[in-house]
Design a protein. Structure first.
Length: 536
């Protein structure tokens, strides 16, 4: 990155941090806590890496293994000290440290896996350790809003570049490519900084252009000022969780219940947030009785046109993306149908072209809105994913005004919930964006229990954080993936608790609005992506 371009990026970051309405202003204690955390995380990051560098080239003799183990124990003790120093500065936040630490270690491991050969790994580990320190120092300047943050960013950038240049000249480091090494180093520095900072997801993600959204109910947000504050600080987009569904907003012909949806639209406009309109058409007995009981194609088409036109026109300018049709495939728990498409009232009465018709009505009502097809259960490879791809291709061939695919992303750690791995997530996103459409993850949550159980009590939050992190990373690494929306913010308000009737914890905040490991994983992935973002 050229120096001027780097300066531009840092300037943008600083501006975003200081004046962006959703960035928020840090209090003095936030700053103190942030600095402590960043310092501790930087030390930990560098120490883990130095430790790795020391042992990575040694033979696996019992003596070498013993020394390595001793060194790990010493490291753990140092970490515990850093943790208690930081937790004094950040009351109530210490329980998340252990998990942040585990996430960082995992990230270090995978960064080192990118390099081949012990010598290269050792050198890479050392360079990464420097990178961690450099990026975290920069992070501190930004947290403190230091006037020379821009200049020191340039100096750090230069030194990092020189070190990396030396590294990739080494013949032992022929693989991976210099660019990969450079990206890995900066990403890891960004990751450590992202785990440690006190800035919000939206502020940290700003340089990446990511839309980070949360699904909300109109009445729940103003009822809880902590929720309201966090929502506006962390997210730059909202979705109407239920208020815009046909059954809620238009329960009978000519009867409209606009109140809650209007409140959500006003919030989006007043706070300059994006708004996802969810959802115009949704089969599977989710529509009001008069729709579910329709038996005549023309009548049902008229209902559809009236419903879609009224809503899309009313919220034009506020809603920038509509989920025009939700779940065109059968629900994941229903038996498959002969042609792989959901057998719902629209399909039976209008015919398979109900989808194309819905998109045409929406496009005519607001030609500016981005129109999405939203679907569940398609992150795993297999028949569902293939069927959706084929269906989308048919729509595009027929010239239907379809602009984006929403992948819902209701995931979980145990069956029957979907638990895709990182590669599967990246591949799914790639397949859909290869169709030339934009993509968003529209309803992300990760159920931890369902019908399974875990051996170790500490396991679910870490596995959950890893899965959130994979989704964020896969999206941030694919230029066609524009956003991630979580289906709620705090565990206690999740649909999962009401719908399944048990107290699961699927979201990034707990029921006391404390940040969970999943939150840190999301923010760290954003910071890592921002660290390698080409300046705009
Ligand atoms: C689907 C729908 C959402 C919501 C969830 C569960 O994913 O698209 O609107 O109803 O189920 O809350």
């Amino acid at each position: 990155m050229g120096l001027c371009r780097a300066a531009g990026r840092i300037l943008t970051l600083t501006l975003v941090f200081s004046v962006h309405p959703i960035g928020g202003t840090a209090s003095a204690s936030d700053v103190r806590c942030g600095v402590h955390k960043v310092e501790a995380m930087a030390r930990a990051c560098a120490e883990v890496l130095r430790n790795r560098a020391r042992f990575v080239h040694r033979p696996n003799t019992p003596e070498a293994l013993r020394r390595e183990e001793n060194s790990r124990v010493r490291l753990a003790k140092r970490w515990a000290k850093a943790e208690s120093a930081a937790s004094e500065a950040c009351a109530k936040q210490s329980s998340t440290w252990q998990t942040a630490w585990t996430l960082l270690q995992k990230r270090v491991e995978s960064a080192l896996d990118a390099a081949e050969g012990p010598v290269c790994r050792r050198r890479l580990a050392k360079t990464l350790a420097n990178s961690c320190r450099m990026w975290t120092r920069l992070e501190i300047k930004q947290i403190e809003d230091s006037p020379d943050a821009g200049t020191s960013a340039l100096r750090l950038e230069e030194r990092l570049n020189t070190r990396l240049a030396n590294l990739w000249k080494m013949k032992e480091c022929a693989a991976p490519t210099p660019q990969q090494v450079k990206n890995t180093a900066r990403q890891l520095g960004g990751y450590a900084a992202g785990l440690a900072t006190t800035r919000s997801i939206a502020a940290v993600a700003a340089p990446t252009g990511l839309r980070f959204g949360v699904a909300i109910e109109a009445h729940e947000v103003p009822a809880d000022p902590v929720y309201e504050g966090l929502l506006h600080r962390e997210a730059n987009s909202i979705t109407a969780e239920n208020a815009m569904k046909w059954r809620s907003i238009h329960p009978a012909p000519g009867t409209w219940n606009f109140g809650p949806a209007d409140q959500i639209a006003e919030r989006a406009v007043n706070q300059a947030m994006g708004l996802r309109g969810h959802t115009l058409i949704w089969g599977g007995t989710r529509s009001p009785d008069y729709v579910e009981e329709a038996s005549d194609r023309e009548v049902l088409l008229e209902y559809m046109e009236d419903h879609i036109t009224t809503l899309v026109q009313r919220y034009a300018g506020a809603v920038d993306q509509w989920d025009v049709v939700n779940e065109v495939l059968p629900s994941v728990i229903d038996p498959p149908t002969a042609d792989g498409l959901d057998d719902n009232i629209f399909r039976r009465v209008v015919g398979a072209d109900y989808v194309a018709q819905a998109f045409q009505f929406a496009h005519a009502a607001d030609p500016q809105a981005k129109l999405y097809l939203n679907e569940n259960g398609v992150l795993l490879p297999g028949a569902r994913q293939d069927r959706l791809i084929a269906f989308v291709e048919e729509l595009l061939d027929a010239g239907v005004p379809l602009h984006g695919i929403g992948i819902q992303g209701h995931l979980g750690l145990t069956p029957p919930a979907a638990y895709p791995n990182r590669q599967q997530i990246a591949d799914a996103i790639q397949r859909f964006t290869d169709l030339g459409l934009e993509l968003e993850i529209t309803e992300l949550d990760v159920v931890t229990l369902f019908f399974g159980a875990f051996d170790e009590p500490g396991e679910p939050p870490i596995k959950q954080a890893a899965l959130y992190g994979w989704v964020l990373r896969a999206c941030l690494e694919n230029p066609g993936c524009h956003g991630v929306t979580t289906w709620g913010l705090g565990d206690h308000l999740s649909w999962v608790r009401t719908f399944f009737g048990f107290a699961d914890d699927p979201l990034p905040f707990d029921e006391n609005w404390q940040r969970k490991p999943a939150y840190f994983a999301i923010r760290a992935e954003c910071a890592a992506a921002a660290a390698i973002q080409p300046p705009g």
